[in-house]
Design a binder for this molecule. Structure first.
Ligand code: SAM
Ligand code: SF4
Length: 343
Protein backbone atom coordinates (compact mmCIF):
# COMPACT_ATOMS: atom_id res chain seq x y z
CA UNK A 1 0.00 0.00 0.00
CA UNK A 2 1.29 3.47 -0.90
CA UNK A 3 1.62 6.02 1.86
CA UNK A 4 0.89 9.72 1.56
CA UNK A 5 3.21 12.37 2.89
CA UNK A 6 1.41 15.62 3.59
CA UNK A 7 3.72 18.61 3.53
CA UNK A 8 2.30 21.99 4.60
CA UNK A 9 0.42 24.19 2.12
CA UNK A 10 3.36 25.51 0.20
CA UNK A 11 1.98 25.84 -3.31
CA UNK A 12 -1.62 27.06 -3.26
CA UNK A 13 -3.68 26.17 -6.30
CA UNK A 14 -4.16 29.35 -8.31
CA UNK A 15 -5.17 29.27 -11.99
CA UNK A 16 -4.19 31.73 -14.76
CA UNK A 17 -7.35 33.79 -14.04
CA UNK A 18 -6.22 34.21 -10.41
CA UNK A 19 -8.97 31.91 -9.09
CA UNK A 20 -7.89 29.85 -6.06
CA UNK A 21 -9.03 26.23 -6.22
CA UNK A 22 -10.59 25.11 -2.94
CA UNK A 23 -13.12 22.53 -4.08
CA UNK A 24 -12.44 19.03 -5.46
CA UNK A 25 -15.19 16.81 -6.83
CA UNK A 26 -14.36 13.14 -7.16
CA UNK A 27 -16.25 10.63 -9.28
CA UNK A 28 -15.54 7.41 -7.36
CA UNK A 29 -17.21 5.27 -10.03
CA UNK A 30 -18.80 5.90 -13.43
CA UNK A 31 -21.26 3.05 -12.77
CA UNK A 32 -24.80 3.53 -11.58
CA UNK A 33 -27.81 1.44 -10.64
CA UNK A 34 -30.16 3.92 -12.39
CA UNK A 35 -30.24 5.27 -15.94
CA UNK A 36 -31.69 8.78 -15.73
CA UNK A 37 -32.68 9.74 -19.24
CA UNK A 38 -30.93 13.14 -19.28
CA UNK A 39 -27.74 11.63 -17.82
CA UNK A 40 -27.11 8.26 -19.46
CA UNK A 41 -28.08 6.13 -22.43
CA UNK A 42 -29.93 2.92 -21.58
CA UNK A 43 -26.99 0.81 -22.74
CA UNK A 44 -23.85 2.34 -21.25
CA UNK A 45 -20.29 1.10 -21.58
CA UNK A 46 -18.53 1.57 -18.28
CA UNK A 47 -14.79 1.67 -17.66
CA UNK A 48 -13.11 -1.69 -17.08
CA UNK A 49 -12.25 -2.08 -13.40
CA UNK A 50 -8.54 -2.44 -14.22
CA UNK A 51 -8.48 1.19 -15.38
CA UNK A 52 -9.85 2.65 -12.17
CA UNK A 53 -7.92 4.35 -9.42
CA UNK A 54 -7.82 2.21 -6.30
CA UNK A 55 -9.54 3.72 -3.27
CA UNK A 56 -6.10 4.21 -1.75
CA UNK A 57 -4.95 6.16 -4.80
CA UNK A 58 -8.10 8.31 -4.68
CA UNK A 59 -7.34 9.08 -1.04
CA UNK A 60 -3.69 9.92 -1.76
CA UNK A 61 -4.66 12.33 -4.55
CA UNK A 62 -7.41 13.88 -2.44
CA UNK A 63 -5.00 14.32 0.48
CA UNK A 64 -2.50 16.04 -1.80
CA UNK A 65 -5.23 18.49 -2.84
CA UNK A 66 -6.06 19.05 0.83
CA UNK A 67 -2.41 19.74 1.55
CA UNK A 68 -2.45 22.29 -1.25
CA UNK A 69 -5.42 24.20 0.07
CA UNK A 70 -8.58 22.37 -0.99
CA UNK A 71 -11.11 22.74 1.84
CA UNK A 72 -14.15 21.02 0.36
CA UNK A 73 -14.48 17.59 -1.25
CA UNK A 74 -17.62 16.12 -2.79
CA UNK A 75 -17.80 12.40 -3.61
CA UNK A 76 -20.00 11.73 -6.62
CA UNK A 77 -20.22 9.49 -9.65
CA UNK A 78 -21.99 7.56 -11.21
CA UNK A 79 -23.53 6.44 -8.01
CA UNK A 80 -20.84 6.64 -5.30
CA UNK A 81 -22.61 4.15 -3.03
CA UNK A 82 -22.40 1.34 -5.61
CA UNK A 83 -18.61 1.27 -5.26
CA UNK A 84 -17.74 -1.46 -2.81
CA UNK A 85 -15.80 -0.21 0.22
CA UNK A 86 -16.56 3.44 -0.51
CA UNK A 87 -17.14 3.64 3.27
CA UNK A 88 -13.38 3.16 3.78
CA UNK A 89 -12.70 6.20 1.60
CA UNK A 90 -15.35 8.25 3.39
CA UNK A 91 -13.82 7.38 6.77
CA UNK A 92 -10.29 8.16 5.61
CA UNK A 93 -11.18 11.52 4.10
CA UNK A 94 -13.49 12.27 7.01
CA UNK A 95 -10.45 12.37 9.30
CA UNK A 96 -9.44 15.62 7.56
CA UNK A 97 -12.73 17.38 8.34
CA UNK A 98 -12.07 20.15 10.84
CA UNK A 99 -8.40 19.13 11.05
CA UNK A 100 -7.09 22.55 10.08
CA UNK A 101 -3.39 22.88 10.68
CA UNK A 102 -0.12 23.25 8.87
CA UNK A 103 -0.98 20.36 6.55
CA UNK A 104 -4.35 21.80 5.52
CA UNK A 105 -7.72 20.32 6.44
CA UNK A 106 -11.27 20.12 5.15
CA UNK A 107 -14.16 22.39 6.06
CA UNK A 108 -16.49 19.91 4.49
CA UNK A 109 -16.72 16.41 3.04
CA UNK A 110 -19.94 15.70 1.25
CA UNK A 111 -21.58 13.40 -1.30
CA UNK A 112 -24.07 13.47 -4.16
CA UNK A 113 -26.14 10.29 -4.32
CA UNK A 114 -29.32 8.91 -5.86
CA UNK A 115 -30.19 7.55 -2.37
CA UNK A 116 -31.07 4.01 -3.54
CA UNK A 117 -28.63 2.65 -0.94
CA UNK A 118 -28.65 5.54 1.48
CA UNK A 119 -30.69 3.77 4.17
CA UNK A 120 -27.70 1.43 4.67
CA UNK A 121 -25.04 4.15 4.65
CA UNK A 122 -26.50 7.21 6.40
CA UNK A 123 -25.18 6.43 9.91
CA UNK A 124 -21.75 5.50 8.58
CA UNK A 125 -21.57 8.85 6.80
CA UNK A 126 -22.39 10.82 9.92
CA UNK A 127 -19.80 8.83 11.89
CA UNK A 128 -17.22 9.70 9.24
CA UNK A 129 -17.85 13.44 9.50
CA UNK A 130 -20.29 14.07 6.64
CA UNK A 131 -22.92 16.62 7.64
CA UNK A 132 -24.69 17.45 4.38
CA UNK A 133 -25.55 15.45 1.28
CA UNK A 134 -27.17 16.14 -2.09
CA UNK A 135 -29.79 13.67 -3.29
CA UNK A 136 -31.09 13.52 -6.87
CA UNK A 137 -34.85 13.35 -6.94
CA UNK A 138 -36.55 14.46 -10.12
CA UNK A 139 -40.12 13.50 -9.23
CA UNK A 140 -42.30 12.59 -6.25
CA UNK A 141 -44.63 10.65 -8.51
CA UNK A 142 -43.65 6.95 -8.48
CA UNK A 143 -44.48 6.32 -12.14
CA UNK A 144 -42.81 9.46 -13.40
CA UNK A 145 -39.78 8.74 -11.23
CA UNK A 146 -39.56 5.25 -12.71
CA UNK A 147 -39.85 6.68 -16.23
CA UNK A 148 -37.13 9.32 -15.75
CA UNK A 149 -34.70 6.90 -14.07
CA UNK A 150 -35.78 4.04 -16.39
CA UNK A 151 -36.38 1.66 -13.46
CA UNK A 152 -35.94 3.47 -10.13
CA UNK A 153 -38.13 2.72 -7.10
CA UNK A 154 -39.32 5.98 -5.52
CA UNK A 155 -40.12 4.35 -2.16
CA UNK A 156 -36.59 3.02 -1.83
CA UNK A 157 -35.19 6.51 -2.50
CA UNK A 158 -37.60 8.14 -0.03
CA UNK A 159 -36.55 5.57 2.58
CA UNK A 160 -32.93 6.56 1.95
CA UNK A 161 -33.73 10.26 2.34
CA UNK A 162 -35.68 9.58 5.55
CA UNK A 163 -32.74 7.59 6.93
CA UNK A 164 -30.40 10.47 6.12
CA UNK A 165 -32.65 12.92 7.94
CA UNK A 166 -32.99 10.59 10.94
CA UNK A 167 -29.20 10.25 11.08
CA UNK A 168 -28.89 14.03 11.27
CA UNK A 169 -27.69 14.75 7.73
CA UNK A 170 -28.85 17.98 6.10
CA UNK A 171 -30.33 17.08 2.71
CA UNK A 172 -30.36 19.13 -0.45
CA UNK A 173 -32.55 17.75 -3.22
CA UNK A 174 -31.19 18.09 -6.77
CA UNK A 175 -33.92 18.25 -9.41
CA UNK A 176 -33.14 18.57 -13.11
CA UNK A 177 -35.95 20.59 -14.73
CA UNK A 178 -37.33 18.65 -17.69
CA UNK A 179 -39.94 20.09 -20.05
CA UNK A 180 -43.01 17.89 -20.42
CA UNK A 181 -41.77 15.58 -17.66
CA UNK A 182 -41.41 17.21 -14.25
CA UNK A 183 -41.61 20.96 -14.93
CA UNK A 184 -45.19 21.21 -13.65
CA UNK A 185 -44.13 19.37 -10.47
CA UNK A 186 -41.51 21.91 -9.41
CA UNK A 187 -43.78 23.95 -7.05
CA UNK A 188 -44.94 20.73 -5.35
CA UNK A 189 -41.33 19.63 -4.93
CA UNK A 190 -40.46 22.95 -3.30
CA UNK A 191 -43.45 22.62 -0.99
CA UNK A 192 -42.36 19.10 -0.01
CA UNK A 193 -38.82 20.32 0.67
CA UNK A 194 -40.16 23.10 2.92
CA UNK A 195 -42.31 20.54 4.82
CA UNK A 196 -39.36 18.13 5.18
CA UNK A 197 -36.76 20.79 6.00
CA UNK A 198 -34.66 20.06 2.89
CA UNK A 199 -33.03 22.53 0.50
CA UNK A 200 -33.80 22.31 -3.22
CA UNK A 201 -31.48 22.94 -6.15
CA UNK A 202 -33.03 23.14 -9.58
CA UNK A 203 -30.68 22.31 -12.43
CA UNK A 204 -30.72 23.11 -16.16
CA UNK A 205 -30.01 20.05 -18.26
CA UNK A 206 -26.47 20.30 -19.63
CA UNK A 207 -25.17 18.99 -22.98
CA UNK A 208 -22.84 16.30 -21.59
CA UNK A 209 -22.47 12.92 -23.28
CA UNK A 210 -24.67 11.16 -25.82
CA UNK A 211 -28.04 9.95 -24.52
CA UNK A 212 -30.90 8.28 -26.37
CA UNK A 213 -32.90 11.52 -26.79
CA UNK A 214 -32.39 15.12 -27.92
CA UNK A 215 -31.90 17.18 -24.75
CA UNK A 216 -33.19 20.30 -26.54
CA UNK A 217 -36.74 18.96 -26.29
CA UNK A 218 -36.46 18.74 -22.51
CA UNK A 219 -34.50 21.91 -21.79
CA UNK A 220 -36.23 24.32 -19.39
CA UNK A 221 -34.62 27.74 -18.80
CA UNK A 222 -34.69 28.32 -15.05
CA UNK A 223 -35.48 31.99 -15.68
CA UNK A 224 -38.96 30.74 -16.67
CA UNK A 225 -39.25 28.48 -13.62
CA UNK A 226 -38.18 31.26 -11.30
CA UNK A 227 -40.82 33.66 -12.64
CA UNK A 228 -43.46 31.03 -11.82
CA UNK A 229 -42.06 30.25 -8.34
CA UNK A 230 -41.86 33.95 -7.44
CA UNK A 231 -45.63 34.15 -7.89
CA UNK A 232 -46.26 31.21 -5.56
CA UNK A 233 -43.65 31.52 -2.77
CA UNK A 234 -42.17 34.42 -0.82
CA UNK A 235 -38.54 34.11 -1.91
CA UNK A 236 -35.83 36.12 -0.19
CA UNK A 237 -32.42 36.50 -1.84
CA UNK A 238 -29.74 34.56 0.06
CA UNK A 239 -26.13 35.67 -0.11
CA UNK A 240 -24.87 32.06 0.03
CA UNK A 241 -22.32 31.32 -2.77
CA UNK A 242 -20.43 28.07 -3.35
CA UNK A 243 -18.12 29.21 -6.13
CA UNK A 244 -20.38 27.30 -8.50
CA UNK A 245 -23.02 28.22 -11.05
CA UNK A 246 -25.82 28.59 -8.48
CA UNK A 247 -27.82 31.51 -7.08
CA UNK A 248 -29.79 31.02 -3.86
CA UNK A 249 -33.06 32.18 -2.37
CA UNK A 250 -34.74 31.23 0.90
CA UNK A 251 -38.41 30.44 1.22
CA UNK A 252 -39.52 33.06 3.73
CA UNK A 253 -40.59 31.62 7.08
CA UNK A 254 -38.71 28.37 6.49
CA UNK A 255 -35.13 27.10 6.57
CA UNK A 256 -35.38 25.88 2.95
CA UNK A 257 -32.93 27.37 0.48
CA UNK A 258 -33.76 27.30 -3.21
CA UNK A 259 -30.76 27.11 -5.53
CA UNK A 260 -30.88 27.74 -9.26
CA UNK A 261 -28.08 26.02 -11.14
CA UNK A 262 -28.36 27.67 -14.51
CA UNK A 263 -25.14 27.29 -16.49
CA UNK A 264 -27.02 27.81 -19.75
CA UNK A 265 -28.94 30.97 -18.94
CA UNK A 266 -26.48 32.52 -16.48
CA UNK A 267 -22.74 32.08 -16.40
CA UNK A 268 -20.92 32.25 -13.08
CA UNK A 269 -17.52 30.97 -14.18
CA UNK A 270 -15.75 34.08 -12.84
CA UNK A 271 -15.89 32.72 -9.30
CA UNK A 272 -15.23 29.06 -10.17
CA UNK A 273 -13.14 27.43 -7.44
CA UNK A 274 -13.42 23.76 -8.41
CA UNK A 275 -11.74 20.96 -10.33
CA UNK A 276 -12.88 17.38 -10.92
CA UNK A 277 -11.14 14.01 -10.60
CA UNK A 278 -12.52 11.06 -12.56
CA UNK A 279 -12.52 7.48 -11.36
CA UNK A 280 -9.86 6.82 -14.02
CA UNK A 281 -7.58 9.42 -12.46
CA UNK A 282 -8.04 12.25 -14.94
CA UNK A 283 -8.22 15.78 -13.59
CA UNK A 284 -10.73 17.89 -15.53
CA UNK A 285 -10.40 21.60 -15.06
CA UNK A 286 -13.89 22.48 -16.30
CA UNK A 287 -17.11 20.51 -16.71
CA UNK A 288 -17.58 22.02 -20.16
CA UNK A 289 -14.12 21.37 -21.68
CA UNK A 290 -12.06 18.34 -22.64
CA UNK A 291 -8.73 19.54 -21.25
CA UNK A 292 -7.43 17.15 -18.60
CA UNK A 293 -4.25 15.78 -17.07
CA UNK A 294 -3.64 12.16 -16.11
CA UNK A 295 -3.02 12.10 -12.35
CA UNK A 296 -3.05 8.29 -12.19
CA UNK A 297 -0.01 8.02 -14.49
CA UNK A 298 1.68 10.93 -12.72
CA UNK A 299 1.23 9.32 -9.29
CA UNK A 300 2.24 5.83 -10.41
CA UNK A 301 5.32 7.05 -12.29
CA UNK A 302 6.46 9.93 -10.12
CA UNK A 303 4.87 9.62 -6.66
CA UNK A 304 3.82 12.79 -4.83
CA UNK A 305 6.32 14.97 -6.72
CA UNK A 306 4.98 13.70 -10.04
CA UNK A 307 1.46 14.33 -8.83
CA UNK A 308 2.28 17.93 -7.92
CA UNK A 309 3.84 18.59 -11.32
CA UNK A 310 0.75 17.20 -13.07
CA UNK A 311 -1.64 19.21 -10.88
CA UNK A 312 0.34 22.39 -11.64
CA UNK A 313 0.23 21.62 -15.36
CA UNK A 314 -3.52 21.06 -15.12
CA UNK A 315 -4.06 24.39 -13.40
CA UNK A 316 -2.42 26.24 -16.27
CA UNK A 317 -5.09 24.72 -18.53
CA UNK A 318 -8.15 25.77 -16.55
CA UNK A 319 -10.29 27.69 -19.05
CA UNK A 320 -11.89 31.01 -18.17
CA UNK A 321 -15.42 29.68 -18.78
CA UNK A 322 -17.50 26.88 -20.25
CA UNK A 323 -19.17 27.33 -23.64
CA UNK A 324 -22.39 25.38 -23.05
CA UNK A 325 -25.14 25.92 -25.59
CA UNK A 326 -28.24 23.87 -26.19
CA UNK A 327 -29.10 23.77 -29.88
CA UNK A 328 -31.49 21.40 -31.55
CA UNK A 329 -29.80 18.49 -33.31
CA UNK A 330 -26.27 19.52 -32.27
CA UNK A 331 -23.82 17.10 -30.65
CA UNK A 332 -23.26 17.43 -26.88
CA UNK A 333 -20.75 20.16 -25.90
CA UNK A 334 -18.48 17.46 -24.49
CA UNK A 335 -18.59 13.74 -25.23
CA UNK A 336 -18.20 12.48 -21.67
CA UNK A 337 -21.22 12.04 -19.45
CA UNK A 338 -21.75 13.88 -16.16
CA UNK A 339 -21.29 10.50 -14.43
CA UNK A 340 -17.64 10.40 -15.58
CA UNK A 341 -16.70 13.78 -14.13
CA UNK A 342 -19.06 13.67 -11.15
CA UNK A 343 -21.97 16.12 -11.08
N1 SAM B 1 -25.76 9.38 -9.01
C1 SAM B 1 -25.68 10.50 -8.16
C2 SAM B 1 -26.91 11.36 -8.28
O1 SAM B 1 -27.65 11.19 -9.24
O2 SAM B 1 -27.12 12.19 -7.39
C3 SAM B 1 -24.45 11.35 -8.37
C4 SAM B 1 -23.99 11.59 -9.77
S1 SAM B 1 -25.08 12.54 -10.79
C5 SAM B 1 -24.14 12.60 -12.31
C6 SAM B 1 -24.90 14.14 -10.08
C7 SAM B 1 -25.92 15.18 -10.47
O3 SAM B 1 -25.78 15.47 -11.84
C8 SAM B 1 -27.35 14.73 -10.27
O4 SAM B 1 -28.04 15.69 -9.51
C9 SAM B 1 -27.92 14.66 -11.67
O5 SAM B 1 -29.27 14.99 -11.69
C10 SAM B 1 -27.06 15.66 -12.40
N2 SAM B 1 -26.95 15.44 -13.85
C11 SAM B 1 -26.60 14.33 -14.51
N3 SAM B 1 -26.55 14.54 -15.84
C12 SAM B 1 -26.89 15.83 -16.04
C13 SAM B 1 -27.01 16.67 -17.18
N4 SAM B 1 -26.77 16.22 -18.42
N5 SAM B 1 -27.37 17.95 -17.00
C14 SAM B 1 -27.62 18.45 -15.74
N6 SAM B 1 -27.50 17.71 -14.62
C15 SAM B 1 -27.14 16.42 -14.76
FE1 SF4 C 1 -27.12 7.56 -12.09
FE2 SF4 C 1 -27.05 9.95 -10.95
FE3 SF4 C 1 -26.80 9.72 -13.62
FE4 SF4 C 1 -29.14 9.21 -12.50
S1 SF4 C 1 -28.07 11.19 -12.50
S2 SF4 C 1 -28.09 7.93 -14.03
S3 SF4 C 1 -28.57 8.35 -10.57
S4 SF4 C 1 -25.39 8.99 -12.12
Amino acid sequence: MMTSALPPIDQPLVDPQGRTIRYLRISVTDRCDLRCRYCMAEQMTFLPRAKLLSLDEIAIIAERFIARGVTKIRLSGGEPLVRRDVGDLVRRLGRHVGAKGSGGGLDELTMTTNATRLDRHADEMVDAGIRRINVSLDSLDAERFRYITRHGDLDQVLRGIAAAKAAGLAVKINMVALAGLNEAEIPAMLEWCVAEGHDLSLIETMPLGAIDEDRTDRFVPLTRVFEDLKGRFALVRDAHRTGGPARYWRVDGSSTKLGLISPLTANFCDGCNRVRLTTEGKLYLCLGHDDQVDLKAALRDGGIAGLDTAIDLGLTRKPARHDFRIASGSAPAVARHMSVTGG
